[in-house]
Ligand binder design. Structure first.
Ligand SMILES: *Cc1c(COP(=O)(O)O)cnc(C)c1O
Length: 489
């Protein structure tokens, strides 16, 4: 129900006290002045609170449900981060204030950069990009600028077929063409295909590590060497940093450029497109091309460095999504340096435990026995046997109170279910989820219609997803789905 449908003429949420000064006519500001009253709902405060509280509970969220969305790292976001990011001293800052008035936040930005350097082993960090994909684009623009500076023509970037869709998209926007690299049966880069495609026209390989199947690319150091021998570079999509943070460093295994997703690994509530931060880490060679302004330490103070000599310019007004960087800083500082690797250890342990609970019910999408922080199941045998697709399984999971995993990604696994439990879930939650998924497999065999028509216990039944996106009908009656009030749309 829309809040407009609760409206009663004359009902108000707030009564303004009677006027105790002489009444003034509003100046005639035609055409700015309204000719008619604004069409606002007339409701009480309590109705407003109930309306929005009710709407908020129709959704699944990390705060209410297990949310094993593969690749997205939907972990608990410690509330202390929110408390600190909401302090007036941070919230009321404006980027146009002079640096003397911004010392605190500049120190946070500077120190976050130092922490991220230490974690990644890279020589410099740029905090400006505001999403993972934006980080990819920024890094590829740095790559292009470097080759333009060298006067070398290298139009191609190699991208494995398991890559996130943002990888080839970023290449295209940055003016590169992509060549696809096959994934082997073991779920890793097919070295034969990689060698065959690597030549002097290749600018870089964009490699996700751990990759989207949840596997560590064990040949990565060798891959890096081979690229360097051909004068090309290794870009690492570091969105899956949660699996290796504090354990191993991309800078040490030959990565030249990378992006991280602060909103994933370092905990910011995200989803539905934001907010995020996708800092880029680079090796020394790329420093002269970095965006500006950069925060630097000037004696005891913090200020801005001059633009680097060959800067690609700005990728964002000001200094990036400062609120997200601040949350990441709080998260990092609330872990001691010694135990930061426990994030990855627990994430990997949880994923392997869940995998062990599920592997008899569902085949894995590749030929490996263990995984890193996530794994990909292959629903194609269930579909062949029962007609129940991965989409149906995902919808049925809603009835059990679980947000479904990522489905149909990566593209190389048919009927893929990509599951990332993260380190913040308890053993009991993992077991309950595994039990639900095993029960759904059982249901698929005994009563496939039950899955095909799921969900059964949600406010809405199965939507036509295409039409729902193209022609959203935001109004529905609690009892009758048909009755829609077009006039109110
Ligand atoms: C999430 C993700 C991205 C993109 O990050 P956004 O912040 O959503 O732009 C890129 N690659 C991988 C592997 C990811 O998981």
């Amino acid at each position: 129900m829309l809040i407009f449908q609760k409206s009663q003429p004359g009902r108000v949420g707030l009564r303004v006290p009677p006027l105790d000064v002489p009444e003034q006519e509003l100046p005639e500001l035609k055409p700015l002045r309204r000719q008619q009253k604004a069409p606002l709902p007339e409701v009480s405060q309590l109705e407003v609170v109930r309306h929005f509280s009710r709407l908020s509970q129709k959704n699944f969220s990390i705060d209410t449900h297990f949310y094993p969305l593969g690749s997205c790292t939907m972990k608990y976001n410690p509330r202390i981060n929110e408390r600190i990011a909401n302090l007036d001293a941070f919230r009321h800052l404006h980027p146009h204030q002079p640096p003397e008035q911004l010392q605190g936040i500049l120190q946070v930005l500077y120190e976050t950069k130092q922490l991220l350097k230490k974690i990644t082993g890279m020589d410099e960090i740029c905090l400006h990009p505001v999403a993972g994909a934006h980080g990819e684009l920024t890094a590829l623009l740095l790559l292009r600028a470097l080759f333009e500076h060298k006067g070398e023509e290298r139009p191609f970037v190699l991208v494995p077929d398991s890559a996130h869709g943002t990888n080839p998209a970023s290449c295209a926007i940055a003016g590169f063409r992509t060549k696809k690299i096959r994934t082997g049966a073991d779920g890793l880069v097919d070295m034969e295909d990689f060698c065959a495609q690597l030549d002097e026209k290749v600018a870089a390989l964009m490699l996700t590590n751990p990759n989207t199947l949840g596997l560590f690319e064990k040949n990565i150091a060798k891959i890096s060497q081979m690229l360097h021998q051909k004068g090309a570079y290794l870009y690492m999509d570091g969105a899956n940093l949660n699996a290796i943070v504090g354990i191993t460093r991309p800078g040490d295994f030959g990565v030249d450029l990378l992006h991280m997703n602060l909103h994933k690994t370092f905990s910011t509530p995200h989803g539905g497109g934001g907010p995020g931060a996708g800092p880029v880490g680079v090796k020394e060679e790329f420093r002269p091309f970095l965006p500006y302004p950069d925060v630097e330490k000037q004696g005891e103070r913090y200020g801005f460095s001059p633009p680097p000599p060959h800067t690609i310019g700005k990728v964002r007004a000001f200094y990036g999504n400062v609120g997200v960087v601040l949350r990441a800083f709080c998260y990092l500082r609330s872990h001691s340096w010694k135990d930061i690797g426990n994030i990855a250890r627990m994430a990997v342990l949880n994923a392997n435990y869940l995998l062990a609970l599920l592997k008899n019910a569902y085949p894995l999408g590749y030929d490996q026995k263990t995984c890193m922080h996530e794994f990909v199941l292959d629903g194609s045998s269930l579909k062949k046997e029962t007609g129940v697709r991965t989409l149906d399984v995902a919808k049925r999971l809603l009835d059990f109170g679980f947000h479904p995993p990522t489905i149909y990604f990566p593209l190389i696994v048919p009927e893929a279910l990509m599951i990332e439990p993260t380190e913040t879930e308890s053993r009991q939650t993992l077991e309950a989820f595994a039990q639900a998924l095993c029960q759904i497999v059982q249901e698929a065999r005994e009563n496939p219609q039950l899955c095909a028509n799921a969900p059964h216990h949600m406010p809405r039944k199965r939507l036509n997803e295409l039409q729902a996106a193209r022609n959203p009908q935001v109004i529905f009656e609690e009892k009758s789905n048909e009755k829609r009030n077009q006039a109110l749309l």
